[in-house]
Design a protein around this ligand. Structure first.
Ligand SMILES: CC(C)(COP(=O)(O)OP(=O)(O)OC[C@H]1O[C@@H](n2cnc3c(N)ncnc32)[C@H](O)[C@@H]1OP(=O)(O)O)[C@@H](O)C(=O)NCCC(=O)NCCS
Length: 181
């Protein structure tokens, strides 16, 4: 299959399960920043109006996706390209570059003055993709954790179960998108 056979299309309800499953295949959902990957987070993206969520399709199979929104913390004019992935058998063919392009174009058309994305520091493929797509590095954030000495050992990257972050935002205990509350 050539890159011409891979079509880029708006993400629809019919793609949700395949998008969720592809994410589970390529993200390590036990460590940051992938711990919030869930059907809820995908569906919330689908609920936005910017048209910044796209899939790459080989026939009917979802082989890639990008999820963006006009939601970056408390800034109304910054957009967030939060999730992107390409199936391992379709990587290295420029599919992600195409997905980034349609997503950013939609966000700029929706009024974004800047699109933000975050890249985990060992993810060379993602960093190369973003640099080749016109992103430049900005602030670097390192998560420091302090273990509760009374709690049983757990890996440092483990975070609350999917959905918990949104529940905390809704209850006002964590700062997040004001449109989520
Ligand atoms: C990151 C990812 C989406 C890239 O998808 P892809 O379709 O293979 O990327 P592309 O083929 O469009 O390549 C984009 C650019 O990045 C470069 N690149 C891609 N993978 C690379 C790698 N492993 N090492 C170095 N550079 C790489 C390509 O050479 C290309 O640069 P070019 O345009 O100068 O040739 C894919 O590797 C992936 O799904 N990874 C797992 C999920 C993930 O980590 N997502 C990001 C965090 S949400």
């Amino acid at each position: 299959m050539t890159t011409d056979d891979v079509k880029i299309a708006p993400m629809g309800l019919e793609h949700l399960r395949q998008v969720r499953d592809l994410g589970r295949q390529v993200y390590d959902v036990t460590v940051k920043p992938y711990t919030s990957w869930s059907l809820t987070s995908i569906a919330e993206h689908l609920d936005t109006a910017e048209g910044a969520c796209w899939v790459a399709l080989a026939d009917e199979r979802v082989v890639g996706f990008v999820l963006g929104s006009m939601t970056f913390e408390l800034r109304d004019d910054w957009a967030y390209l939060e999730w992107i992935a390409v199936a391992p058998d379709q990587q290295g063919k420029g599919v992600a570059r195409r997905l980034v392009e349609v997503c950013c174009n939609a966000l700029f058309a929706a009024g974004a003055t800047r699109v933000v994305t975050d890249v985990e520091d060992t993810n060379r493929a993602s960093a190369a993709l973003m640099e080749r797509s016109g992103f430049t590095p900005a602030t670097t954030v390192t998560l420091f954790t302090r273990a509760n000495p009374a709690a049983p050992d757990e890996p440092a990257g483990v975070a609350p179960a999917a959905g918990s972050r949104r529940a905390l935002i809704r209850s006002g205990r964590l700062v997040g998108d004001k449109r989520s509350s």
